[in-house]
Structures are given as C-alpha cells and as structure tokens.
Design a protein around this ligand. Structure first.
Ligand code: UDP
Ligand code: MG
Length: 309
C-alpha cells in the first residue's frame, strides 16, 4: 500500500445521486489545490438510488477514492464513525454530500488545523435552510453547549476538521450512538470555530425529518449526561412535596369548612398533571434502560456490506 495520506475527507451519503458528480469534481479540485496527499472516503448509508454505482465509478477512476457500503441506513453520525475507523489521515475532514457545505472551504479548515487546533468547527454564514429546519438546530445547539461545556455557535454544521489524536479517541468510544461534534469536544483542548459559506440545497431533499431530529436530540441528552434523569428525580421530589402540602390544605379545609364537592375537577386536573410527569419519567428511565440493553447485547453498531479500498 502507498504511504498514509495526509488528509482524509469523509462524506456520508444517503440518496444523493444528483449532487455526487458535482461534489466529486469540486472536492478533487479543492484537495489538489492543497498539494498534500489525500484520500476521500464515501460512506454509503443505505442509499436506494444510484448512489452505489456512482461511488463505484469514482473508486474505479481514482485509487484515492474509497467507498464503504452499509447494508442499510444507520444515520449520518454512524456513517462518520465508520469513516473514522478507516481514515488514515493526519487531518480528517467531514463534509455533507449535498453541496450545502462548499468543498472550497476545506483548505481553510486544513490550514487552521495545522495551526495546532485539534478540532476546527465551523458556523454557517447566512444559513440557507427553512425555519422549520433551523429551529430544532437552535435547540440542539443550546443543549449541546450546556452538556459539553463548550460553547460553539453552530454544533450542527458537519463541515469540520479533526486532528489524528481526536479521531483516535473517538474510535475508542464504542457507544451505540453519539453526536460527533459533542464527543469530539469532550476530548479536545484546542477548539476553534471559523465561518464558512452555506448554500441552499439545490438537489434532493433534506434527509432529516422532524422525528429524526428529535431522536438525535434525545440521543444527545441521554448520551452525554445523567442530567435528564436527575432533573426528573428532583422534579418528582418537588411535586411530592406540593402534593403533600395540597393534601394537608384540603384536610384543614375539610375540618374548617366541612365537605365540599366542587373541588373534584381541580383535583382531577392536578392528578393529570402528576400522571403526565410520571409517564414522562418512565420514558426517560426507559430510554436509559434501552441504552443499557443495547450495550449489553453488543450488536455491531453498523454492518458493512462491502468496501472499495
Ligand atoms: N445523511 C446520511 N444518513 C442519514 C441522513 C443524512 O448519510 O441518515 C447524509 C446526507 O446524505 C448528507 C448529510 O448526511 O450528505 C447531511 O444530510 P442533510 O443534508 O439531509 O441534512 P441537513 O442539511 O438537512 O441538516
Ligand atoms: Mg444538507
């Protein structure tokens, strides 16, 4: 095998047949401009369109292009984990396949990493997405910043660069699901954030449904802390006290005023509130138990059907 490449670019791909040709050309041009050795690793995350054939052609044309084929869809972050496992470069760059992140920004990211930053994050100048897509991102961003203790303007932008050591640390984390930007930041000491351009998605559609975003967010919270469950325990205690105080209050009224029937509905209202909290608490506990179950089963996080190396 040839020497290790200096730069590895990882591209998770889910049904992006329309964007791939342009992406590939621009990516190659940008990388050639750096004048360092490189590899491009495409991770096909269970696409059902012509993505696989297109990637196979890319690989046939250029040995620096490698392709990992998943047997089904595992999500963008899992695809990147698989990529990290294969990436040999000293600097590892991740980029979306849909051309919303301009490949031309890569040289700037590499230059920043060479300055000594272990993680080079980016934030999107004039993010070109719908409000519907931006709002959940805002929530994810705030929560992540709190949990990880590192404030970044944009945790969601996946155009990023990592130094070798950070990638090695991440490869040591076999958790069944993780939010990569948060994970990287828990390991890195020197983090920087640079501004990059952002374009509207010209071809294809966003692969994130609101439900998928919700799951990612829940993943994030339960993966990075015990905070939700601790918060719920505390809430439980507070509610129990309020309930007790209320019961005493009702008892005193019973003695002073005598029996009253009109309060029934208030009581039912309050009861429903408690029931809601209980169900929520059960859900959170279930989430943790589910996670433990997944870890105990030790199923592989993803299955690679085929690789073009
Ligand atoms: N992607 C993936 N698996 C998924 C969802 C997305 O590999 O389950 C890829 C997708 O092909 C794209 C990148 O991840 O290269 C970002 O996805 P998308 O552009 O749909 O997300 P958005 O821009 O809406 O955040
Ligand atoms: Mg996109």
């Amino acid at each position: 095998m040839a020497d290790k490449p200096y730069i590895s670019v990882l591209v998770p791909v889910l049904n992006e047949e329309e964007s791939l040709p342009e992406l590939h050309t621009r990516l190659q041009a940008a990388l050639q401009g750096i004048h360092k050795s490189y590899e491009i690793i495409y991770i096909n995350d269970g696409s059902t369109d012509r993505t696989e054939q297109i990637l196979e052609t890319f690989h046939g044309e250029d040995a620096r292009v490698k392709v990992i084929e998943f047997n089904r869809n595992y999500g963008q972050h899992m695809a990147l984990f698989a990529g990290f496992d294969y990436a040999a470069g000293e600097i590892v760059v991740t980029i979306d396949a849909d051309l919303q992140n301009p490949p031309e920004e890569i040289p700037r990211l590499v230059a920043k990493a060479e300055e000594g930053y272990e993680v080079v994050a980016t934030y999107r100048k004039n993010r070109r997405d719908s409000l519907f897509r931006k709002l959940p991102s805002y929530v994810v961003n705030r929560i992540t910043a709190r949990l990880v203790g590192v404030r970044l303007r944009d945790y969601g932008c996946m155009l990023r660069a990592y130094r070798r050591n950070i990638v090695d640390y991440m490869n040591m984390c076999p958790e069944s699901s993780s939010f990569i930007p948060a994970l990287a930041n828990t390991f890195a000491k020197k983090i920087t954030e640079i501004e990059v351009g952002h374009e509207e998605r010209k071809k294809g559609t966003s692969k994130y449904s609101p439900f998928k975003l919700f799951r990612l967010n829940f993943d994030l919270m339960t993966n990075f802390s015990l905070l939700p469950i601790q918060f719920i325990s505390m809430l439980g205690v507070v509610i129990a006290f309020i309930g007790l105080a209320f019961a005493i209050f009702l008892m005193v009224r019973r003695v002073v005023i005598g029996p009253e029937g009109e309060g029934t509905f208030t009581l039912i209202g309050i009861l429903f509130f408690f029931i809601g909290i209980q169900i929520f608490a059960l859900g959170v506990i279930g989430e943790y138990i589910g996670r433990i179950y997944q870890e105990v089963r030790r199923r592989p996080r993803y299955i690679i059907k085929k690789e073009y190396m």
